[in-house]
Design a protein around this ligand. Structure first.
Ligand code: CTP
Ligand SMILES: C[C@](O)(CO)[C@H](O)COP(=O)(O)O
Length: 235
C-alpha cells in the first residue's frame, strides 16, 4: 500500500506581474479559469489525494464547484508563498511520513506523466524530490546597468519547477526553521537544502510554465492545445 498523499496548492497570490484585473489564477484560459486547469491536472494523476488549497481571505473569485477532489480543505493564504504553504501544513492532520506535494496554481500545463514521475521519485528519495529542467541557454552575469559582464558556467544549473515533494515532518521542519531564521525561500527545496539535505532533481517537461507575465497566458493556451492534440493522436 502506498503512503497517504497530500497536495498543497498555493493559490493566494495577487499576480501583480500579470497586471490583470484579477489574480492570475482566475484569468480565462481556453474558456475556463486557470485554477480549474491546474486542479484538473492534479486530479487526473492523484484522484484519491487530499487537497489543501491556499486562498486569500478576501478572494471573492473562487467557486467551490471548481474543485474536483472529494477530500479537500480551504486554507488561509499567508503574506508570502512560503507562509501560505506553512499555513496548509499547520492545518494538515498528517502522519510524519505522509507525502506532501506542493504545486503552484500558476502552473496549469504540468502533465500527468510528470506528476506521476515526481510522485515515484519522492517515494524513493529520503530527501524529497522536485521537478526541474536543466538550463539550456548561455548564462550571463549582468552589471547594475544591464551590461553583460561575463558568462557563467551553466553545467549543473537547473530551473526549479513544481511540484516539489517531501515527507510531511521534513518539509514542516524545514519551512518552520526558514521562517525562524527570517529567510524568505521561494520554493520548498530551498528550505530543505538549508537543513543540509539534497532533494532529487527530476527532469521535467520544458512546457511546465509558471504563468507570471502577460504574454504567458497565450503561451499556456498554446501549450495546453498542443498537449491535447498529442493526447488525441495517441488514442
Ligand atoms: N502569498 C502568496 C504568494 C503566492 N502564492 C502562490 O504561489 C505561487 C507562485 O507565486 P507567483 O507566481 O509569484 O504568484 P503571485 O504571487 O500571484 O504573482 P506576483 O509575484 O506577480 O504577484 C502562485 O501559485 C501563487 O498563487 C501564495 O499562495 N501566497
Ligand atoms: C516555486 C517556484 O515555482 C519554482 O520555480 C517559484 O519559485 C515560485 O515563484 P516566485 O516568483 O519565486 O514566487
Amino acid at each position: 500500500m502506498s503512503d497517504p498523499l497530500w497536495l498543497v496548492v498555493p493559490a493566494a497570490g495577487q499576480g501583480r506581474r500579470m497586471e490583470a484585473d484579477r489574480p492570475k489564477q482566475y484569468l480565462t484560459l481556453l474558456g475556463r479559469p486557470l485554477l480549474v486547469h491546474t486542479l484538473e491536472r492534479l486530479y487526473s494523476a492523484f484522484p484519491d489525494a487530499r487537497l489543501m488549497l491556499c486562498l486569500d481571505d478576501d478572494d471573492h473569485w473562487f467557486a467551490e464547484e471548481w474543485v474536483p477532489f472529494a477530500d479537500w480543505q480551504r486554507v488561509t493564504g499567508g503574506e508570502e508563498r512560503m507562509d501560505s504553504v506553512l499555513n496548509a501544513l499547520a492545518a494538515i492532520d498528517a502522519g510524519d511520513d505522509d507525502l506532501v506535494l506542493v504545486h503552484d496554481v500558476a502552473r496549469p500545463c504540468v502533465t500527468r506523466e510528470d506528476l506521476l514521475a515526481l510522485h515515484q521519485a519522492v517515494q524513493r528519495h529520503a530527501a524529497g524530490a522536485l521537478l526541474a529542467m536543466p538550463v539550456a541557454d548561455t548564462m550571463k552575469r549582468a552589471s547594475p546597468s544591464g551590461a553583460s559582464l561575463c558568462s557563467e558556467p551553466r553545467d549543473a544549473l537547473w530551473h526549479a519547477l513544481t511540484p516539489q515533494g517531501f515527507r510531511y515532518r521534513q518539509l514542516h521542519r524545514a519551512l518552520v526553521e526558514a521562517r525562524n531564521r527570517h529567510t524568505l525561500v521561494t520554493d520548498e527545496a530551498s528550505a530543505v537544502e538549508a537543513l543540509g539535505d539534497a532533494p532529487q532533481l527530476v527532469s521535467g517537461r520544458r512546457d511546465n510554465l509558471k504563468v507570471t507575465h502577460p504574454d504567458d497566458l497565450a503561451l499556456a493556451a498554446a501549450i495546453l492545445t498542443s498537449q491535447r492534440a498529442t493526447t488525441e493522436r495517441s488514442l
